[in-house]
Design a protein around this ligand. Sequence first.
Ligand code: PXG
Length: 451
Amino acid sequence: MNAQPVIIPGARALTRQDLEAHWMPFSANRNFKNQPRLLSHAKGVHYWTPEGRQILDGVAGLWCVNAGHGRTEISQAVARSLEQMDFAPPFQMGHPMAFELANKIVEIAPAGMDHVFFVNSGSEAVESALKIALQYHRLRGEGTRTRFIARERAYHGVNFGGMSLGGMPPNRKAWSPVMTPGVDHLPHTHDLARNAFSRGQPEHGANLATELERLVTLHDASNIAAVIVEPVAGSTGVLVPPKGYLQKLREICTKHGILLIFDEVITGFGRVGSPFGAQQFEVTPDIITMAKGLTNGSVPMGAVLVRKEIYDAFMTGPEAAVELFHGYTYSSHPTACAAGLAVLDIYQRDGLFERVRELAPYFEDAVHSLKGLPGVIDVRNYGFMAAVEYEPFAGKPGARGFDTFVRAFEAGILVRAAGDITALSPSFIIEKSQIDELVDKLGKVIRATVV
Ligand code: PXG
C-alpha cells in the first residue's frame, strides 16, 4: 500500500507563468504561485511532490480520503462504470447504481432515516437540505416556518444559503448585503477558559443549547423551520460538542416542531468512530447532509439523508407530479455512484469505522503530548479529528497557523490551518507509528516557531 509511486522522468516543471491562469479556491494565490506546494501522486497515507518528496497526509486530503489514497477498488469501479455508461439523465430517469447506493447509505444510517437525495458537494447538500426543510413545513400547512438557526463558527459551504448560515466572519463580510434573510446564530461552544485541553467531549457548555429557547421566544416557534449544526465543527478548528449539548438541542427542537439538521460533511463516514456523528453522540436529527467521505474524495458527490416522515410529506398530490423542484444535472452521476459503492464496501470490509474507535485513544494521547509546547494554548480531539491552538502572533491573527502549515509541509507533513489552529484528520488506515511521526514532526515545527 505504501509502495513508492513512479516519478515520471523528464516531466516538465511548471513555470511561474504556467500557474497564472488557475484562480485557486480559498487560497492565497500570489503567495502560492511564488512558492508553490504541488502534489503529484498519492498512495496510502502519503502524497508525493513532483520532485519525489514524500509527504505524510495528516488531513486525509481535506477531511475526505478516509480509506487512504489510491484504492484500486475505487479506480477500477470508476473505470468500469465510465466504460459502461458515462452519464444517465437523473430527472425522470434512473440507473441501478443510484438506488443501490441510496440503500447502502440507509443501511448504515440512524434508524428511521431512510431516504437519500444525491448532489455533488457538501455545499449543494446544505442548499438542498434547506429547501427540503422549507417545503416540508409548507406541505404540512406550516408555511410560516421559514427562519433558520445556525451557530457562530459554523461552516456550511459557500453557496448563498450555507454561507448565510455559516459563522465565519470573513465569509460573511464580503457578501453581507445578499445574505439570506431570517437567519439567527446560536453562540459557538468554544470555551478555552473552562475547557482547554479537554480530551473528547468538554465538560462545560451544554447550557449554551438553551439559547435556542431564547430565539424561539423571540421569533415564535411557528416561524422557525430548522436548526443546523455540525456535530463537531470542523473547518473552524475542531469544536467538540460539550457533553449533553446536542441532546439539549434535540429536545428543544422536538418540543417546538423545529427540524434538526446535522451537517455531517466532515463527521460522516466514520470520522468520529460511527457511521455518522448522530450515532456516535446518540442524537438522531431529522436531516443529515454528507459529502467528502462518501466517495473517499475520489469523485465529487454529496447527499441529503432524511427521515421517513419528511419524504412521506412530499409523496402526496398527483402521482405524475414532480414533488421537489430541485436537482442537478449531475445528481446521482453514475461515476460518483460507482465510487460511492466501492468506498462503502471498503469501509465495511476493512472495518475502518471500528478502526477509528480503536485507534482514537492512541491518537488522543499522541496529540495531547503537544501540551506544554511554546505557544500552545489548547489541544482538543474527538475520533480522528484533532486541533492544536496557538497564541496568535501579536497583531497578526491567523499568521501563526499559516506559518505552521507552511513549515509543516516543508518538514514532510500535510496539516490544515484554520486561523491560529492546526487541524489534524488522518485517514483511517494510518498506523500508530505514522501517528507518532505526524505528531513528532508537528511538535518540532511548533518548537521551531519564531515569535
Ligand atoms: N459543510 C461542512 C460541515 C463542511 O465541512 C461543507 C459543508 C461544504 O462542502 P463542499 O463539498 O462544498 O466544499 C464543508 C466543507 C477546511 C475545509 O479547511 C473544510 C471544508 C471545505 C474546505 C476546507 O477545514 N468543508
